[in-house]
Design a binder for this molecule. Structure first.
Ligand code: EPZ
Length: 456
């Protein structure tokens, strides 16, 4: 498990380049092509039809990291071919794991039998924050890890202090040099009580994974309760971990000597589902979503109902439609089961074309209103006051050129462009493809006028 520092050098130099991925049988597109592409979106009438929701990106990423905890092979199904998934697979290969992805069955197979000090020459730098989720598993299995400190991103500084607090309490020491966090626990990790100052999703996941091989019992207090945490816990239990309390604010993990391989089908993506639900609301359409877990969508269903959209559970999925006028909204993003921060930008697009005054408050990230400026370019009337956005609905937005500043902001711009008069060009769409598989194909199948094109 020796992982000398040079194994991570390529991870430190953040570049956007072409994947020289060693992940075989992939259907992933090359980053270089993505960076130079844009979406052309024209006004679209009400969307109608059926859409199959893909597996959840934010469940897949920690589950892939968890495969480092065992030397036995793991098979993960319902894994969409997203760039974030490719980057995580590349990262696992940096550590010596073998991965292979089958795009036809959306299945990835991972074997971390030997975590060697594989030289990761010419590998794509992992600019993705979720790469830090490898820290817990590596620390637990190899008693050491060295990962680039995740950089900030448009939505916030994205610190990892709570991850490091948990690892320290469990007996690890860490130092930061040249932008790399070097962690070590030469006697292994010990089960301890860890209180999280904020119910951080990533910190809960990282500490839970680390605790599965610690000596003794770990209790995570003020833990995050997102459905993706429960899906990770389900996978870890299939590997032989003993975990209770996932989905509540207190999770208890009994450390084991080792974990074994497992097969797991990932839950569907509640944020992709929410995106298409909001598309139905904003265009006044009628969409049937297949492969959704509506119990994960309670806050989104509640707020869409307040906006005068309707939802109906049918034998084949969740139907979302709107007949009457939209109503303005008041919403505040909160940790689960509160309204998800990842749906905030989508609802701002909805509020922008809803007559009346809406107020959206973002409590989870400190800078997650970047999309407001792009929406204003389309004619939206939005005023930002600290953590709140006050939106006065306008009769209609107008198409123009805008830029995706982050994953969910990009999706929000697509929805606004569908409702706007005229044509909108959305650049930097590689952000969108980090979390949405073939979004333009899925929207076109519902009647949207959206095309992918080369960006000058
Ligand atoms: C996960 O990010 C998701 N990403 C995010 O989805 C999501 O928005 C977020 O959880 C909140 O639900 C993945 O699961 C891969 P956090 P994560 O740790 O784990 C602060 C998307 O669009 N914090 O819960 O990074 C932090 O600054 C992405 O799919 C600390 O202060 O989120 C933030 O304000 C975007 N110290 C808040 O907690 C820490 O050590 C929430 O962060 C960790 C976090």
């Amino acid at each position: 498990c020796a992982l000398p520092i040079f194994a991570f050098f390529p991870l430190i130099f953040q570049t956007v380049n072409v994947f020289h991925g060693h992940t075989k049988n992939t259907n992933f597109r090359k980053n270089e092509v993505r960076t130079m592409e844009k979406f052309i979106v024209r006004h679209s009438e009400a969307l109608h039809g059926t859409v199959r929701i893909s597996g959840a990106k934010n469940a897949v990423l920690p589950i892939l990291a968890a495969c480092l905890l065992t030397e036995e092979p793991c098979t993960i199904t319902n894994v969409p071919p997203l760039t974030d998934v490719m980057e995580m697979a590349e990262l696992l290969e940096e550590f010596g794991a073998e991965t292979s992805y089958d795009g036809l069955t959306e299945t990835i197979r991972i074997c971390s039998e030997t975590l060697s000090n594989q030289q990761a020459a010419e590998k794509n730098a992992c600019a993705m924050r979720a790469s830090f989720l490898a820290a817990g598993p590596l620390l637990a299995r190899c008693h050491q890890a060295a990962l680039p400190l995740p950089g900030g991103c448009p939505i916030g500084s994205r610190p990892v202090d709570l991850h490091l607090k948990g690892f320290s309490i469990m007996g690890a020491v860490h130092k930061l040099e040249h932008g790399v966090v070097e962690l070590s626990a030469k006697n292994g990790l010990r089960g301890k009580r860890v209180y999280l100052d904020f119910p951080s999703v990533g910190a809960t996941e990282n500490i839970m994974m680390a605790a599965t091989l610690a000596k003794g019992t770990t209790t995570i207090e003020n833990a995050a309760a997102e459905p993706e945490i429960c899906d990770l816990a389900d996978f870890l239990r299939k590997m032989g971990a003993e975990i209770t309390g996932d989905g509540t604010d207190t999770i208890v993990i009994q450390g084991q000597k080792r974990l074994h391989g497992a097969t797991h089908n990932v839950i569907s993506d509640r944020i992709e589902a929410g995106t298409f639900m909001t598309a139905a609301a904003i265009t006044g359409g009628d969409i049937l979503l297949e492969q959704v877990r509506q119990e994960h969508l309670t806050p989104v269903i509640a707020k869409l109902t307040e906006c005068n959209a309707k939802t109906e559970v049918t034998p084949t999925g969740l139907r979302v439609y709107r007949k009457g006028r939209l109503r303005p909204i008041q919403l505040k993003t909160m940790p689960y089961p509160g309204f998800p921060t990842d749906m905030q930008a989508l609802f701002m697009s909805l509020a922008a074309v809803t007559k009346g005054t809406s107020v959206i408050t973002e409590t989870v990230f400190e800078n997650r209103f970047m999309h407001a400026a792009e929406l204003q370019r389309m004619g939206a009337d939005i005023k930002i006051d600290s953590r709140s956005a006050i939106i006065e609905g306008v009769d209609s937005l107008t198409g123009t050129s805008v830029r995706a500043t982050d994953l969910r902001a990009g999706a929000a711009l697509i929805l606004s462009a569908l409702a706007a008069r005229g044509e909108t060009e959305i650049s930097d769409i590689y952000h969108i493809e980090r979390g949405y598989d073939r979004i333009e194909e899925k929207l076109r199948a519902l009647g949207a006028d959206i095309q992918r094109s080369k960006d000058s």
